[in-house]
Design a binder for this molecule. Structure first.
Ligand SMILES: [Zn+2]
Length: 153
């Protein structure tokens, strides 16, 4: 009949249940993990409140855990909702709208997280520490995410 949003698993539980490790500051709303779609390490951002996800190296993105379940397993909206124990009955699936753009608040949080990462790496440089290739890659991606956030509000 319909998706019962309240019955959906908490995004953190859902993604960790899939074997993903969500990385980032404890209170960060956006976490980083590997992308199951193309196999990239630390390329997937997960919004821990909405369940939204966005890979920075492939087209995988969506607004919640239902979108993720549909995309990762190639199942219908109704099947995804059933798998997540969030389908309340029979009938036709409601029409899905496109995932929302970032709210200004979420964009600011994302920018704050990424700016912190860049500041930490800048501070290390200032202390004469040579950044590794993976450090530089993190900075490059953080910069990309800031630009994404600016374009998504
Ligand atoms: Zn990806």
């Amino acid at each position: 009949m319909a998706l019962s949003k309240n019955a959906l698993p908490q995004p953190t539980d859902y993604y960790e249940g899939r074997g993903l490790t969500l990385k980032g500051p404890k209170n960060a709303v956006w976490k980083i993990t590997r992308c199951e779609f193309h196999g990239g390490t630390n390329t997937m951002s997960i919004h821990t409140l909405s369940g939204g996800f966005h890979c920075w190296n492939c087209p995988a993105s969506g607004g919640d855990v239902v979108d993720y379940e549909m995309l990762i397993d190639g199942v219908s909206f109704e099947e995804a909702a059933r798998r997540l124990s969030a389908w309340t009955g029979g009938g036709d699936a409601p029409k899905r709208h496109k995932p929302k753009r970032l709210s200004a608040r979420d964009a600011l949080l994302l920018i704050a997280n990424e700016a912190t990462l860049i500041a930490i790496e800048g501070s290390r440089l200032g202390r004469g520490i040579t950044l590794t290739a993976s450090d530089l890659e993190l900075v490059r991606k953080a910069s990309g995410r800031i630009n994404y956030a600016l374009g998504a509000i």
